[in-house]
Design a binder for this molecule. Structure first.
Ligand code: ADQ
Length: 512
């Protein structure tokens, strides 16, 4: 929906683990397809569909994705980007729908499991979100060493090969945009094999400083950093993350860095560390908020939670331990203990999307969430009132409906690169909701001034902050929500992309 007004003057090769479209089969055996969700996919889809010669390299994430790839000898396919994407075969017309070239890369199952469920999640994710206590975890055994070599490094090699092929198919000169912690090793490989390519990398999760990275064996952390330093620009959500990257290059690799210019010298090359806070497609989410489907959900939610003087606290998250969901429920329980007058008056709706259930830490965390909700409801519920309504759903229309009617949106993440839920809620809410926002999110840099700040480890503080939010003067609530919405409107997803392309010096006006 968002289209960047300026587009790069070079062919673009994108790489992310998840792609914009995935294929499946229905009961009758017919091929089906679905659009990928999330901010990254939306942002890059806008860019890729604007460009005649862009290709998006991503993992084949279903059997049918692999079948599509095999039918085309592993080469890129063209797909429409409407609500029901379909393959555009040679001679077909896309009938006006925007299309994108997609290269679905099939990866050996065992290598992918090691890459994904042993190294990327949990090891890199936990390390970068500061989630290890260190006394007992992580434990790096022969199993993890094999997973690094035969999983993470091997899978990075497979994707680097695919990116190199696509760059070479475009004459060797291309803008290569690599995304996220799955692909730290790709940049260096592509630079060596395609010296004329312009390489940028964007990290969507937090970048901690050198001490955190010492958890990894020297060879691994050096591979991560050297992989990143293969790029021309390495970009983050916040300036703090960019600085941490330079400090890592200085401390762990002994390279000269310039913290004013935000650069690091690598031989005769200079690599820039930059920050571009990601955002959302404001017009698209407002359009969804105005749909009949959302209106129906909103009516039901108002009936259930908001009649008379009742209030609603909401959270919308993947069931990721970094989101701090269990402590959030404990804070709500503390609020109800401290303020018995709120019994029957405040409900907590949690719309949680089960996430990464093939990773044991994530499966355990989902069990913990269920236990925490049962405890709060047993201790504080009664007389037809259930304090917490936990729904394990992946339903954006329901989430947006809940954003429109909630009184408080709780984001208490331990650490979060940005946090798009906070941005989504402030632009569609209709009840002057208060944003209760963890100080450890990238979003806090932009929206903290208009939020009630949460300290993620301090349950008492979170309970007090929730009380402050629920009792805040209506005028102040409105002024803050409107100011937060303006910040997001002015810095939307198109701006995030434009700023990067402008800094890379590769933009021209669209349509030229
Ligand atoms: P995530 O960790 O997934 O993203 P976030 O930025 O909040 O976190 O994005 C989650 C997205 O999923 C939102 O668009 C939200 O609407 C949607 N979602 C969550 N729960 C849902 C549910 N139950 N039903 C439907 N939709 C749901 C990572 C980083 C973040 C960073 C983004 C983008 O961890 O810090 O902001 O990438 O860079």
């Amino acid at each position: 929906m968002t289209s960047a007004p300026e587009v790069p003057d070079l062919p673009v090769v994108l790489l992310s683990h998840r792609g914009p479209v995935s294929f499946g089969r229905d009961e009758s055996g017919r091929r089906t397809s679905s659009r990928g969700a999330g901010g990254l996919v939306t942002a890059l889809t806008g860019l890729a569909s604007d460009l005649p010669d862009a290709v998006w390299v991503c993992a084949a994430s279903s059997e049918e994705d692999a079948a599509v790839a095999a039918e085309h000898d592993g080469q890129a396919v063209e797909v429409t980007l409407d609500s029901e994407p379909r393959l555009v075969e040679e001679g077909d017309a896309a009938e006006g729908a925007p299309t994108i070239r997609l290269r679905l890369v099939e990866v050996d199952q065992q290598a992918h499991d090691d890459f994904y469920t042993v190294i990327a999640n949990p090891l890199l994710w936990f390390l970068q979100h500061g989630m290890y206590g260190l006394a007992l975890a992580p434990v790096l055994t022969r199993r993890e060493h094999a997973a690094w070599d035969d999983g993470y490094a091997a899978v990075n090699q497979v994707f680097a090969d695919a990116v190199v092929e696509e760059v070479r198919a475009r004459g060797g000169r291309a803008l290569v945009m690599l995304h996220d912690y799955h692909f730290y090793l790709v940049g260096r490989e592509v630079r060596e094999r395609c010296p004329e390519a312009l390489l940028s990398f964007f990290l969507h999760i937090p970048m901690p400083g050198p001490d955190a990275w010492r958890i990894l064996p020297p060879a691994w952390r050096e591979a991560v950093l050297n992989g990143l330093l293969g790029n021309d620009v390495v970009a983050f959500h916040t300036e703090g993350f960019a600085r941490n990257f330079l400090l890592c290059a200085q401390e762990l690799l002994g390279l000269p860095v310039d913290l004013e210019a935000m650069t690091v010298q690598v031989g005769d090359r200079q690599v820039a560390a930059r920050h571009y806070p990601i955002s959302i497609d404001v017009a698209a989410i407002r359009q969804l908020a105005a749909s009949d489907e959302v209106a129906e959900h909103a009516d039901a939610l108002i009936e259930a939670f908001c009649r008379e003087d009742r209030q609603l606290i909401l959270r919308v998250d993947r069931t990721d331990p970094s989101k701090n969901i269990v402590r959030g429920f404990e804070a709500f329980a503390t609020l109800l203990e401290d303020h018995p007058e709120l019994a029957g008056k405040v409900s907590f709706l949690a719309l949680l999307q089960p996430s990464r259930q093939d990773v044991p830490e994530y499966a355990d965390y989902l069990t913990e969430i269920g236990g925490a909700v049962a405890r709060v409801n047993a201790a504080h519920g009664g007389e037809g009132w259930e304090p917490v309504d936990l729904r394990l759903v992946d339903d954006l229309a329901l989430a947006v409906a809940a954003y429109t009617v909630c009184d408080v949106l709780m984001v208490n993440a331990l650490a979060d690169g940005m946090n798009l839920v906070a941005k989504e809620s402030v632009v569609v809410n209709r009840r002057d909701s208060v944003l209760a926002l963890s100080e450890n999110t990238g979003a806090h840099q932009e929206l903290g001034a208009f939020a009630v700040t949460l300290h993620p480890f301090d349950i008492q503080q979170q309970a007090d902050a929730l009380h402050e939010a629920l009792t805040m003067d209506r005028g102040l609530r409105r002024a803050r929500r409107e100011a937060a919405a303006r910040v997001v409107e002015e810095n939307d997803i198109a701006k995030w992309l434009e700023a990067q392309l402008a800094d890379l010096g590769v933009v021209r006006e669209a349509g030229r």
